[in-house]
Design a protein around this ligand. Structure first.
Ligand code: GDP
Length: 193
């Protein structure tokens, strides 16, 4: 998809703040610093619409990006920050759970992981959660530019195995630096739209 029009339409914490257009939604999840904002910016062809490396302490909200009057990317605050308090973590969990489990227009979740490493415990927990609620998931393994070709193939298999991925879920090798994977990612999204 060639993206020309994008609007960051709103930040939401509660369901009554979610948009009401009914456009299909694709949520983006991943641990902090994995490269989620860079992924979003690359996909929509903007340098810095999605805030990169949002720090803890900032308001944790779901950010809805409306794309081409057709769909939304819903940026979910990153998980796995050691420094956030228990209360903050619980509030985060509640907001995410409410959105992911009760949102009719949500078509799939894009789970962003780091291709260089095994998925973290948090990554595995998130994936298990999505499986449990029967939510289609596209795994985006980013930072591919940091690896050699042979290593990419090895790590790709390893991530599928560690996450115990459902056969119907796709894993897409991606790089925000080289733009590798952009077309595959859009294609995967289109399948659920
Ligand atoms: P977020 O916290 O998940 O939104 O992560 P960011 O998008 O802010 O990225 C965290 C860091 O990783 C930044 O320094 C990015 O420049 C870097 N980064 C993100 N994606 C890539 C990538 O595909 N390749 C490389 N080499 N670095 C990346």
């Amino acid at each position: 998809m060639k993206v020309n029009k994008v609007e960051m339409i709103m930040s939401a914490v509660r369901p009554e703040q979610y948009p009401e257009t009914g456009y299909p939604e694709f949520a983006l999840a991943g641990r902090s610093n994995v490269g989620k904002s860079s992924f979003i910016n690359r996909m929509i062809g903007r340098k810095s619409l999605a805030r990169t490396s949002s720090k803890p302490g900032k308001t944790q909200t779901l950010n809805f990006y409306e794309i081409e009057d057709q769909l939304y990317f819903v940026d979910v605050p990153g998980y796995g920050y050691a420094k956030v308090s228990k209360t903050e973590r619980e509030a985060w969990g509640q907001m995410i759970e409410q959105y992911l489990t009760g949102r009719e227009p949500l078509k799939a979740v894009l789970l962003i992981v780091d291709l260089r490493h095994d998925p973290s415990e948090d990554d595995c927990m998130m994936y298990e959660f999505l499986v449990h609620y029967n939510i289609p998931t596209i795994v985006i393994a980013t930072k591919a530019d940091k690896l050699k070709r042979g290593q990419i193939a090895t790590n790709r298999k390893r991530i599928k195995k560690v996450l115990n991925m459902r056969p119907e879920d796709e894993l897409i090798v991606f790089s925000s630096e080289t733009k590798v994977g952009i077309e595959e990612a859009w294609k995967a999204i289109e399948k659920y739209r």
